[in-house]
Structure formats: structure tokens, C-alpha cells
Design a protein around this ligand. Sequence first.
Ligand code: ZN
Length: 345
Amino acid sequence: MPASIERPPPSNLVLAVAAAVLAAALVALGVATTAGGGSHRALRAATATSAASDHTAASARDGADATGATAPTPGTGPPTTAAAATTAPATTVPTVAAAARPTATAPTTAPVPSPTPATAGTASLAGKVIAIDPGHNGQNWSHPAEIDRLVPAGGFEKACDTTGTATDAGYTESAFNLDVALRLASDLRTLGATVVLTRANDDGWGPCIDQRAAIANAAHANVALSIHADGGPAGGRGFDVNQPALLAGFTDAIVGPSHQLALDVRDAFARHTAMPTADYIGSGGIDTRSDLGGLNLSAVPKVLIECGNMRNATDAALLGAAAFRQQAADALAHGLVSYLTGSGG
Ligand code: ZN
């Protein structure tokens, strides 16, 4: 396995400046950015080994693969954003900090505690293309023939998609995935990124897992992220980031950068949301999978996050709260910024 676990270097000076601004903003908020840099790397070093040796197939808990959808609606069109974020000079840190203050001073009675409020800071993603893949789709259940059709998954075939899971209260995973994806897309566009969604509503079926990967590949995305929630054992809690295993002829080029992405997303989600790392699957919030077509067929760095376990009452209460979903989206934005700019999460 290539030891290419270093993050991609900032593509230009603008990103470097943006990263500095982000760091300054975090400092203003009282966030320990130095710890984020130091312990961050120590944590990565400590977890790299165990993560790499994880099991291969956690079976079809969630059918998690369901990284696919209707060929019809790949992208969401170019965002009209860029402006707001990219034009802010590095000297406007005070404004950024002030804008983020409200989050830090939120009432302590908030039902969804935020360990460390995430703040995206100023524009740092201009020029970046990010593919977001909300798992499953709201009408998959009514299209069994289409969903069960076998499609390429990386040297083997797998069902086009699955229905996904749901909480006891009836909140579906497909709805959760889309809601977090749309909140994340908004965050990223505000930061200047171009966002491509594999589906933009919860009213249809698919796209199939191979198509979901193809959408990100065709967009030449700098990074891709699939958003899911698991249907694990009722007694198990937590989130889990699935990274691609080395699959010769398929994932060779993305294993290294995807591992870095997994670490950045894991660290950000653990730091900025109330959800703990999974205690029933993976290791330290990371799982290596060779059975997920959506990862196997990706030509760009990609991971799939199970944001929590919908079959666990405590997790379900969080996943069902809009405040948590915003917290999750903000955390994922933080993880992507960290990966794309090396600014720390
Ligand atoms: Zn799923």
C-alpha cells in the first residue's frame, strides 16, 4: 500500500491565506487550534495502523453501499456563491469571529450539545469541486425491480441500491441523508466551493451505486463524500467513517488520500458533534471496506460516513433533531476544509 497519506498541498497562496484566516478565527473563538495541529497528527499516527487492518466487509448492515441514484439529476448546477467568501481580506478576522460568536454563546439548555462549535471561517474552498452523495432515495422501496438490478461494484456485482434504514419513529435514512447533504452543500457553497449532488430531493429512486461514483468522477471532484446513517444493533452507538480498502485495479490511486480524508472527517465529526465514535463497528470511528461499490468505483478520494445508528434510541434522538443535523453538516464541512486545505479541523 502506498504510504501516500499526506494531504494534498494548498494549491495556491490564496488557500494558504484562507487557512491562516480560519486558524485566526478559531483562535478568536477560543478553539485550541494548536492542539488541533499537534494532537491531531499524533492521533492520526496512532490510528493509522489499526484503521488499515480493519476487517473488510461488515456485511450488509445498511446495504450502505447504496451510493447510487437516478441518472436524471446528477448535479445541482454551478453555485452562484464564490463571491461572499473569496473576497474577504485576511484582515477581516474580527468580523468572522463576531459572526461565529452566537454559536459559542448558545443557551446551555440546547437539547443537542456541541462539544466544539464548528465555524467554517472565510472562503477557503474557491476553485474546489466537492461531490456530495446522500445515500438511498425516498422512493427506493417502491421500485424493487430497479433497485435490485445488479450493477458493477468493483470486480463484482451488487444491487443498484437499497432502501436504507429508519428510526422507530419512522424517520427514514434517505430523508436524513438528504437533509444533512443539503445543509452541507450550503456551507460549502458559502465557502466558495462548487458542489455536485448525486440527488437533490427525496422523491425518486436511485441513482445506482455505480452511477453515484460516476457522477463524482465526471465532475472531476477534488473529493467525494457519501452520507448515510446505519441500521446497526439496537445496543450499539456512534458514527463510523468507511474508507476504501486497497482493491487492485480499482482503488489503487485513492486509498492513500481517502485514508487522510477519513481521518479528517472522523476528527471533525468527533470534535464538533455530540455523536461518539461507533462502539459496535470499526475501530476508532473508522472502518475499511472492500465491498462498497460507491467507493470501489471512485476515481477521486472518497469516504462514506454512517452518521449514527438509527436503530439505537439515543442516536435516533440525535439524528432526528434538526439541530444535530446542522451540527453534523458543519462538522463535515470542517473535515472537508481540513482535508482540502490542510488547515486543521
Ligand atoms: Zn445507508
